[in-house]
Ligand binder design. Structure first.
Ligand code: UDP
Ligand code: MG
Length: 140
């Protein structure tokens, strides 16, 4: 399997509870390297642009409101099969369905406020990384 990069976001429910370090430890314990990271406050419009694929979904407005409700930590994770590996470490979207030991099982509040975002495919990973980072900001 090839070395990949994926975009991760530690969401406002998690930054509010000061969980950045505990979540980063989960990534590192799984062999993912944090090769870029910054803490930012998204506007609702920026959250809407980032999540535009979900624009028609009933939860879209609430999701954009939530993602702009506090700071987020955006990061690039690198490793063998990083996209799928990160999705494993994150756990299922709904924390009630997430496997024990995953970030969402341990930390997420609800299906909406579920502590982390992770890209779901190579094309989305590449688009999402370039939404937040220039090439020179990523040091592997
Ligand atoms: N979401 C929600 N209600 C739902 C499904 C999703 O509020 O019924 C939110 C949740 O924060 C989720 C995000 O929308 O993480 C994006 O949904 P997606 O299906 O892409 O889940 P993910 O890839 O984050 O597991
Ligand atoms: Mg998704």
């Amino acid at each position: 399997m090839a070395t990949e990069r994926t975009l991760s976001i530690i969401k406002p429910d998690a930054t509010r509870r000061n969980l950045t370090g505990k979540i980063n430890a989960k990534f590192e314990d799984a062999g993912l390297r944090i090769v870029a990271q910054k803490r930012v406050q998204l506007t609702k419009a920026q959250a809407g642009e980032f999540y535009r694929v979900h624009a028609e979904r009933p939860f879209y407005d609430e999701l954009c409101e939530f993602m702009s409700s506090g700071p987020v930590v955006v990061q690039v994770l690198e490793g063998e099969g990083a996209i799928a590996k990160n999705r494993e470490v994150m756990g299922a979207t709904n924390p009630a369905d997430a496997d024990p030991g995953t970030i969402r099982a341990e930390f997420a509040d609800s299906v909406g406020e579920n502590s982390v975002h992770g890209s779901d495919a190579p094309e989305t990973a590449s688009d999402e990384i370039s939404y937040f980072f220039a090439g020179r900001d990523i040091v592997g």
